[in-house]
Design a protein around this ligand. Structure first.
Ligand SMILES: Cc1cc2nc3c(=O)[nH]c(=O)nc-3n(C[C@H](O)[C@H](O)[C@H](O)COP(=O)(O)OP(=O)(O)OC[C@H]3O[C@@H](n4cnc5c(N)ncnc54)[C@H](O)[C@@H]3O)c2cc1C
Length: 442
């Protein structure tokens, strides 16, 4: 026993599976295990389940992506090999069908993103929780798991206490044949996921691959971003340079904020950026405002504009090429006088303008914290978890699923699919293990 029982009130009756955390992974696991006959209880720290799931996809919940398995797996920066096993049993179409079966029809949108047809994440959460209840899952909300009970290399229960009250006098013990940790990562702690699962897993001998915020906005040096605050650019190119080497390229939408940049392409680039910044490396973004044109084509376009509208001042002429708020920044950085007319622009100035349009530099000085990160990169090392069952290789009866694992992907519904699939696998495996065991016991 790792825990001191004398402080505990009467232990609760033993359950087959105790799930810690009612997020995407925990709910799917709990419902699956209960549907296979296991007695399941879920401990949830917040006052109600799935606070994070409710706000995903800006409240619309982009719960999966319709991409085929190989391109789907390519969206994972970490964990693709590990996920193959789970995805081979429960993948995107299975998840869509599952939600359909509990009255949550879905729609597919741009980029293969799948949302509930009602456009409300709340509907999906309500249906999922109701389905769990119908399977017999019991919920205990407003309680925080604080330690595992371990005996002879096996988990035997979980000690928990009311959330927010820091006194061991209130501790309770829930005995369980198996325990699943689905406490999520450390991002958006206001939704309940503040990293508790890492210390619970450490108690069972698990390591931790260092965690850092990913899919997170980036901060820029200088005043350019704050001057452009609120400007959203669509269909632009973006390259990320680490120590002057191009590490990746993206295409899509970017938003300037008071501190720097955000939006889909920045979030995609952020895992690389954060890791490099933490290693003390120099990080730069290079934006391409005209990705559909190569340098030669852009030069021809500029020559045409300068010829056709040669009597206009550059501050006017550039309106055909750039959003209004970018024009003063462009003129300042290229050194082109705003009142210079198009027909008096020198060849050198035209070249400077062309290069600026295709290579607008932003120095990345930092990143926003876990409070604003969509996901947590890093987590429980995958080599310590059986990918076929999500069972711990350290402690018998213990399982881990969802974002607590060292898995992370791009935006587009991939992260939720990973949480649902690993939850599904863990719930089924735990139920099977219990059934197998009770057969043996009989
Ligand atoms: C703003 C935002 C938008 C997002 N949008 C999308 C999207 O559209 N598509 C997508 O694929 N992904 C999206 N994600 C990522 C996705 O939500 C997560 O990857 C996913 O929710 C992880 O699921 P999980 O079950 O592992 O953890 P979580 O959903 O974080 O659930 C963990 C649960 O455990 C509980 N818990 C934590 N500690 C304890 C404890 N000690 N005791 C008891 N309970 C505890 C928490 O309260 C929480 O309910 C988004 C994330 C954020 C923050």
């Amino acid at each position: 026993m790792t825990d001191n029982l004398k402080n505990h009130s009467q232990p609760e009756a033993r359950v087959d599976l105790l799930v810690i955390g009612a997020g995407a992974a925990g709910l799917m696991a709990a419902g699956q295990a209960a549907s296979k006959g296991a007695r399941v209880r879920v401990l949830e720290r917040m006052d109600r389940p799935a606070r994070k799931l409710r706000i995903t996809g800006k409240g619309r919940c982009n719960f999966t992506n319709i991409a085929d398995k190989e391109p789907f797996l390519k969206s994972f920066q970490q964990g693709d090999k590990f996920l193959r096993s789970s995805f081979s049993r429960f993948f995107n179409r299975d998840l869509i069908q599952f939600f359909e079966s509990i009255d949550v029809p879905s729609v597919e949108e741009r980029g293969g993103r799948v949302f509930p047809a009602s456009q409300k994440g709340q509907d999906l959460v309500d249906a999922l929780v109701n389905w769990c209840r119908k399977q017999g899952v019991q919920f205990v909300t407003g309680v925080r798991a604080v330690s595992l009970n371990l005996s002879d290399q096996r988990v035997t229960g979980v000690v928990y206490r009311p959330s927010g009250i820091d006194t061991s006098q209130k501790d309770r013990l829930q005995k369980a044949k198996s325990v699943l940790i689905t406490t999520g990562g450390a991002s958006y702690p206001a939704t309940g996921s503040s990293g508790d699962g890492y210390s619970l897993a450490a108690q069972a001998g698990h390591g931790l691959n260092s965690i850092y915020p990913a899919l997170v906005p980036l901060e820029t040096g200088g005043e350019t971003a704050s001057r452009l605050q609120g400007l959203s650019l669509v269909n632009i190119g973006c390259r990320i340079y680490i120590e002057n080497t191009c590490a990746a390229a993206y295409f899509g939408e970017l938003l300037f904020t008071h501190f720097g940049v955000s939006g889909p392409i920045v979030l995609s680039a952020s895992a690389l950026a954060v890791k490099a910044l933490q290693a003390g490396k120099e990080v730069r973004l290079a934006l391409d405002f005209k990705p559909a044109l190569d340098h030669k084509q852009l030069d021809q376009r500029l020559q045409r504009d300068l010829l056709n509208r040669g009597r206009q001042q550059m501050s006017n002429l550039l309106r055909g090429l750039l959003p209004q708020t970018l024009i003063p920044v462009c003129l300042e950085q290229t050194g082109i006088p705003p009142d210079r007319t198009g027909n008096r622009l020198t060849a050198q100035e035209r070249k400077t303008l062309r290069v600026w349009l295709k290579d607008f530099r932003l120095e990345i000085s930092g990143h926003r914290s876990f409070d604003e990160a969509i996901i947590t990169a890093g987590g429980i090392p995958l080599k310590e978890i059986d990918p076929k069952t999500m069972a711990s290789k350290r402690i018998k009866g213990l399982y881990c699923a969802g974002e607590i694992l060292d898995i992370h992907a791009d935006t587009g519904g991939y992260n939720l699919q990973a949480a649902f699939s690993t939850g599904w696998t863990a719930g089924r495996a735990a139920a099977e293990a219990i059934r197998g065991k009770s057969k043996l016991e009989i």
